[in-house]
Design a binder for this molecule. Structure first.
Ligand SMILES: NC(=O)c1ccc[n+]([C@@H]2O[C@H](COP(=O)([O-])OP(=O)(O)OC[C@H]3O[C@@H](n4cnc5c(N)ncnc54)[C@H](OP(=O)(O)O)[C@@H]3O)[C@@H](O)[C@H]2O)c1
Length: 347
């Protein structure tokens, strides 16, 4: 992996984890050796990002570009712009594509203009499409595509299995791609509690990313020109000080934004990789997953990293047949056609 040039492209850099990552990046040698694309919902409103960028070294080459992950059309326009810049040589190939932006919509049934359930669309389908479109701009020698996993994806087992999924629901959690895209549960909650539904949709979106990692990596490995590209997941545990609970009940929102960060800070003196973390710790973990060649090897493939330790994905993510079904269904939902992607075996 080249330490001397390349592009880092990060989505959601104005959010809690995003700022943790940007702050670590700006303190690292990669702030000046690499160019950075900050893809934000609205550059004018990205105030936290603007603030942290004031600490950037003078020669930190970067662009803040708009990207709305609720719109497939907008994702396509964004990817076309990046691909044109890389083709023209005005931007180096992408060495780290950090798919960090995400949402947990616990406010009821909200659908994107494309007709997909909000959390599914942003946390899963947008990443599926964006990474396929940007493959042509990835560094073919050592590019890494990194998504953010979650303990919430562990509906059984794992560090804190989801309390929002009933025993019955666990048996039919992954359903048809079309139904998941529409937010339709096979076994609905009789109480119809919007928060519970939102939490389950969030868990599902992260579980689907785990499944996507395996299928995507297999397809990349089979394509000789792309087989050095890695797909990796980073689980940030519970990272406080972020807005991920902005649509959750007031107590959860306050706890995530104001309490958890302090707890994370205190326990960082006791454990090096605790469940509860600060954006600063998670930002450093992100940077390692982007660039470290020792901890995860030169060419890590489909690895899931919990903070700073290699970990496993949820058991439910491991079914190869389901991974393939999900991939094929997602191609249709995202409208992938002909020469949209340079991946040979995308079909
Ligand atoms: N915090 C945790 O404990 C935790 C745990 C597991 C996983 N995660 C994951 O970590 C990632 C970052 O979350 P966070 O905790 O930092 O939450 P956050 O503070 O709410 O940040 C989320 C970021 O995503 C961006 N975003 C949301 N919807 C978008 C859209 N439609 N288009 C473009 N950008 C969009 C937001 O943009 P704006 O700045 O415009 O709002 C924000 O910058 C998410 O994928 C989340 O699921 C977090």
């Amino acid at each position: 992996m080249s330490d001397t040039s390349g592009t880092v492209l990060v989505t959601g850099p104005n959010g809690g984890l995003g700022i943790g990552f940007v702050a670590q990046l700006l303190r690292s040698p990669y702030a000046t050796s690499h160019e950075t694309i900050y893809a934000v919902r609205d550059p004018e409103k990205a105030l936290a990002l603007k603030t942290v960028l004031k600490t950037a070294p003078k020669d930190h080459k970067h662009l803040v570009l708009p990207l709305d992950l609720t719109s497939l059309d907008n994702i396509r326009k964004f990817a076309t712009d990046i691909n044109q810049r890389v083709t023209a040589g005005s931007l180096p190939p992408i060495q780290a594509l950090v798919l960090n932006a995400g949402v947990k919509d616990c406010t009821g049934d909200n659908f994107t203009k494309d007709g997909y359930e909000h959390t599914f669309a942003v946390n899963y389908l947008a990443n599926f499409l964006l990474s396929l479109l940007l493959l042509e701009s990835m560094d073919k020698q050592c590019g890494r595509i990194i998504y953010v996993g979650s303990t919430a994806a562990f509906i059984t087992g794992g560090p804190n299995p989801s309390p929002f999924v009933s025993e019955q629901q666990k048996k039919a959690f992954i359903t048809s791609t079309e139904n998941m895209a529409k937010g339709i549960e096979e076994i609905p909650d009789p109480k119809g509690d919007a928060n519970g539904v939102g939490e389950r949709r969030y868990s599902l979106s992260k579980l689907l990313m785990n499944m996507w990692m395996y299928e995507f990596q297999r397809r990349l490995d089979a394509d000789s020109k792309l087989s050095n590209i890695a797909v990796l997941g980073l689980d940030p545990g519970w990272t406080g000080g972020t807005d991920i609970a902005r649509n959750s009940p007031a107590g959860a929102k306050f706890f995530f934004k104001n309490i958890l960060n302090r707890v994370g800070y205190i326990i960082s003196f006791i454990w090096s990789n605790p469940l509860i973390r600060t954006p600063s710790k998670t930002g450093a973990d992100f940077l390692r997953v982007c660039f470290d060649r020792k901890a995860f090897g030169e060419y890590p493939k489909a690895r899931y990293i919990n903070g700073s330790e290699l970990y496993h994905t949820p058991e439910e993510a491991g079914d190869e047949k389901q991974q393939k079904v999900l991939w094929e269904g997602s191609l249709k939902l995202a409208g992938i056609e002909g020469d949209d992607t340079v991946l040979d075996n995308w079909r």
